[in-house]
Design a protein around this ligand. Structure first.
Ligand SMILES: CC(C)(COP(=O)(O)OP(=O)(O)OC[C@H]1O[C@@H](n2cnc3c(N)ncnc32)[C@H](O)[C@@H]1OP(=O)(O)O)[C@@H](O)C(=O)NCCC(=O)NCCS
Length: 139
């Protein structure tokens, strides 16, 4: 059955960590259920989920900060891969971010994740080798 894409809601939050574990995509310590709740309070349309009869089989956060659009938490259940689901989710995310005024989109990808690197390249995203990411966790 083809998954439907829809905005994620608070009712979906509990299913996300399990999906991310199945997809071997975290979650990291800064991606708790409360973090998703705060995201949805701030931007109710930012979370996109793929749903098969109530089961969440894909996720994508398309974040807009007023300057750039940034994708986070792209994950597809292993049983649903290589059927274009991530492509559909990213296209939907691109549409949302374009409608909000975004001109450039970012995806932060672990360089050693070959699947993810191949996916983003296939989706038309250019790898910037001349940039590095600096990160600071606020306690
Ligand atoms: C990366 C991921 C989201 C791709 O999801 P998907 O739904 O299988 O991707 P799609 O079917 O839309 O793939 C589109 C194209 O991307 C490329 N691609 C996707 N997965 C690939 C893989 N494992 N190896 C090589 N190329 C791949 C292919 O070109 C593919 O087209 P094709 O199937 O016609 O060859 C999925 O493998 C996943 O959840 N991985 C674990 C979590 C992760 O790495 N997330 C990304 C964080 S940035």
């Amino acid at each position: 059955m083809t998954p439907i894409l829809r905005a994620g809601t608070v009712a979906d939050i509990d299913a996300l960590p399990a999906l991310w574990r199945r997809a071997e995509a975290g979650p990291s310590t800064t991606e708790t259920a409360d973090d998703v709740r705060w995201l949805l309070e701030r931007d109710p349309e930012a979370l996109l989920v793929a749903d098969v009869e109530g089961e969440i089989v894909g996720s994508l956060i398309a974040g807009w900060d007023g300057w750039r659009g940034t994708f986070y938490r792209l994950a597809v259940d292993p049983a649903h891969r290589r059927r274009g689901l991530a492509t559909r989710m990213v296209e939907a995310g691109e549409e949302r971010l374009r409608s909000l005024g975004a001109k450039r989109l970012n995806a932060i990808v672990e360089s050693e994740e070959a699947d993810a690197m191949a996916f983003w390249a296939s989706a038309g995203y250019k790898l910037q080798t001349a940039r590095s990411r600096f990160v600071k966790n606020l306690s």
